[in-house]
Design a protein around this ligand. Structure first.
Ligand code: KIV
Ligand code: NA
Length: 273
């Protein structure tokens, strides 16, 4: 739609008011986020958050497209970005373009996100020069969990240079923004000052040009584990647990359904309801 925020508009917000970003995987959450967020990301975190997978490695292009279609129906304003899942882009820039083109054509999103810095620069350039705006993702990259051996802070000490080079590389390759995940505050601050595109932090300090969180994490709906960088703005999981407990007790004691939930034999107009 004409009024939706565009990738160039996001890029031009570098150094201005912080960009507000959140993940969504469903229409109702997309609708809620749309009113308050600049970017809504259909993250491959959907695999762990909604499908119970042990990591993001088992997420398919089809899953991303199905959740992308659901999110698209809930958005009017926010820029919609969809993650390229593991295995759909790393082989060649050509493979990445095919996957991105399918996601864009089938979901109506305006941009894709992919993980990797220097090693993905050629791929980012290929996409960005062929009609596919790219949001990059450096620092902790969850799709590399089997290489890194866990979800640890990245870029401490001598490792900082690697993350800096990654951030420069994706900027130079034409990414319109970059997610910085789980890096020390001084490094996030330095990279944000050094590169020309907005940095979107997750566990990367308020020095970044924007922030992103996983919606189910900040709502307290996903509680299997809780990284230090997650702030819980609600405890919806606890509320849901209490609601289901009450429902089960009501049914067992025949308190539900009650009179107001029942249908009479005939409606007041005489028609069968
Ligand atoms: O998949 C995801 O939700 C993400 C964000 C946490 C940046 O990549
Ligand atoms: Na992701």
């Amino acid at each position: 739609d004409a009024k939706a925020i565009t990738p160039p508009a996001i890029r031009s917000r570098k150094g201005q008011a912080p960009l507000v970003c959140l993940t969504a995987y469903t229409t109702p959450v997309a609708r809620l986020a749309d009113r308050h967020c600049d970017i809504v990301l259909v993250g491959d975190s959907v695999g762990m958050i909604l499908h119970g997978l042990p990591s993001t490695l088992g997420v398919s292009l089809e899953m991303m497209i199905m959740h992308g279609q659901a999110v698209r129906r809930g958005l009017q304003q926010a820029l919609m970005v969809v993650d390229l899942p593991f295995g759909s882009y790393e082989e060649t820039p050509q493979q990445a373009f095919r996957s991105a083109a399918r996601i864009i054509a089938e979901t109506g999103c305006a941009a894709v996100k992919l993980e990797g810095g220097q090693t993905m620069a050629e791929t980012i350039r290929c996409l960005a020069t062929r009609g596919v705006p790219v949001m990059a993702h450096v620092g902790l990259t969850p799709q590399a969990v089997n290489i890194s051996g866990g979800y640890r802070v990245q870029g401490r000490g001598d490792d900082a240079e690697r993350i800096r080079r990654d951030a420069f590389a994706v900027t130079e390759a034409g990414a319109f923004a970059v997610v910085l995940e789980k890096v020390p505050e001084p490094l996030a601050r330095r990279i944000t000052a050094e590169i020309a595109i907005p940095t979107i932090g997750i566990g990367a300090s308020p020095a970044c040009d924007g922030q992103i969180l996983v919606s189910d994490d900040m709502l307290g709906l996903f509680t299997s584990f809780r990284p230090k960088f997650v702030k819980r703005y609600a405890e919806l999981g606890d509320q849901a647990e209490a609601a289901i407990t009450a429902y089960a007790a009501d049914v067992r004691q025949r308190r539900f359904p009650a009179a107001e939930h029942l249908y009479a034999n005939a409606s007041k107009t005489g028609a069968v309801a």
